[in-house]
Design a protein around this ligand. Structure first.
Ligand code: 5RP
Length: 221
């Protein structure tokens, strides 16, 4: 078993023990969450329903015998479980490597507690090595790219990719991410941007970090 997979599995196995009995939960997207879903399937009798953050997760939950409900049915959610592409010391993250950032942000916002599940390669001193994903309305791409240049960013359109909401993803490098909260709001104020992959104002409340040495949990205020 490869080290990264083992680390993700250790984190996912621990995270599943935190699932609240008899309550709706939010379930994110990505390879770590897919391992979490495999584990979650063992507890299906105690979970009344899951709100998925992507079509891929919706399909995976159903395949694993878990009940899928809409946010209308599940709101407000007690807990949301999701991965991240990068996580800093304050619990702020870059997400959206899989392109599901908008629905992830919605489900995270609608949840009392956000538990992030990662392997230790995702821990960073400062965010920004991973290109920042933006979901953008297709016709606004040229304008959004020009506005990003003013912020020092160089954006490339993710090829052969359409989000679950019918939009495109721009992956942006070169931005100054020293104030993630400010940049999140600044980018979201560009007309045509649906949302960006900075999870700074709604950061996670707890992170479960899997590594070759085992599992560590950290909480954030
Ligand atoms: C998808 C995400 C994922 O949480 C992120 O990309 C991490 O994925 P993985 O667990 O495969 O490393 O934000 O939009």
């Amino acid at each position: 078993m490869d080290i990264k997979y083992k680390s993700k599995k250790a984190a996912a196995e621990f995270a599943v023990t935190l699932v609240p009995k008899g309550q709706f939960i939010g379930v994110g997207s990505g390879s770590t969450v897919n391992i979490f879903i495999d584990e979650l399937s063992k507890y299906k009798t105690i979970i009344p329903g899951c709100v998925p953050s992507s079509e891929q997760t919706r399909i995976n939950l159903i395949k694993n015998g878990l009940k899928v409900v809409s946010l209308d049915e599940g709101y407000p959610l007690t807990m949301y479980f999701d991965g991240a592409d990068e996580l800093n010391r304050d619990g702020q993250m870059i997400k959206g490597g899989g392109g599901a950032l908008t629905r992830e942000k919605i489900v995270a916002a609608a949840s009392a507690k956000f538990i992030c599940i990662i392997d230790d390669s995702k821990l960073v001193e400062s965010l920004g090595k991973f290109p920042l994903p933006l979901e953008v309305i297709p016709m606004a791409a040229v304008y959004v790219k020009a506005e990003l240049v003013k912020l020092g960013g160089i954006a490339s359109t993710r090829t052969n990719f359409q989000t679950d909401n019918g939009n495109i993803i721009l992956d942006v490098i070169g931005l100054d991410l020293s104030d993630p909260d400010y940049l999140e709001k600044t980018i979201n104020s560009i007309t045509g941007v649906v949302t960006n992959g900075l999870f700074a104002s709604r950061k996670c409340d707890e992170v479960i970090i899997g590594s070759i040495e085992g599992v560590e949990s950290r909480c954030f205020d």
